[in-house]
Design a protein around this ligand. Structure first.
Ligand SMILES: [Zn+2]
Length: 169
């Protein structure tokens, strides 16, 4: 038996794993486990640029919908936008998220794209650890951002109004 993740549509063997809290991610337990494996890898890297943040944002933006809180999609997308179009490192995205969280608390609910991104967390995990996997994380980030094409203009506008360039560092 296989189980299909409601967020990214990844199909994995059903191991009857508990899904993540529904308010956090719209995901199957099996997909969530794969993300947990990646999570351990990115945290253990301990890199100054903090690539971990990009992985979290990609996973959030790809697992919105269902009963997930609106902030899941919004913060994921803001992170992807800052990374891809503004060249922010993961550490810089993390700081921007903290500032934005103080400025605004209520967010609209964004409906996830009908067509899922071409890459999932599993595509990242399938690549051997090190520079190749890190490059794949960035490809995954780009694929998820692309899947939200309809919302990109909104994300640029909302982020531009909240993030002050001077406080980037
Ligand atoms: Zn998934």
């Amino acid at each position: 038996m296989a189980i299909i993740c409601p967020g990214c549509l990844l199909e994995l063997p059903d191991r009857h794993l508990d899904p993540p809290p529904p308010c956090r991610f719209n995901a199957s337990g099996e997909c969530w486990q794969a993300f947990s494996d990646l999570f351990c890898y990115t945290v253990a890297k301990g890199d100054a640029a903090f690539i971990h943040q990009h992985a979290v944002d990609a996973y959030e933006a790809q697992h919105a919908g269902g009963n997930s809180r609106p902030i899941t999609a919004v913060f994921g997308l803001i992170g992807l936008y800052l990374a891809l179009e503004k060249g922010y490192s993961g550490r810089e995205v993390q700081r921007a998220h903290m500032r934005i969280a103080k400025l605004r608390r209520d967010w609209p609910r964004l409906e996830p794209p009908v067509r899922p991104a071409a890459l999932t967390v599993m595509d990242v995990l399938n690549v051997s650890t090190g520079p190749e996997r890190d490059a794949m994380i960035l490809q995954w980030v780009a694929a998820v951002w692309e899947s939200w094409a309809d919302r990109q203009a909104w994300v640029r506008e909302i982020t531009g109004g909240l993030v002050d360039r001077r406080s980037r560092k």
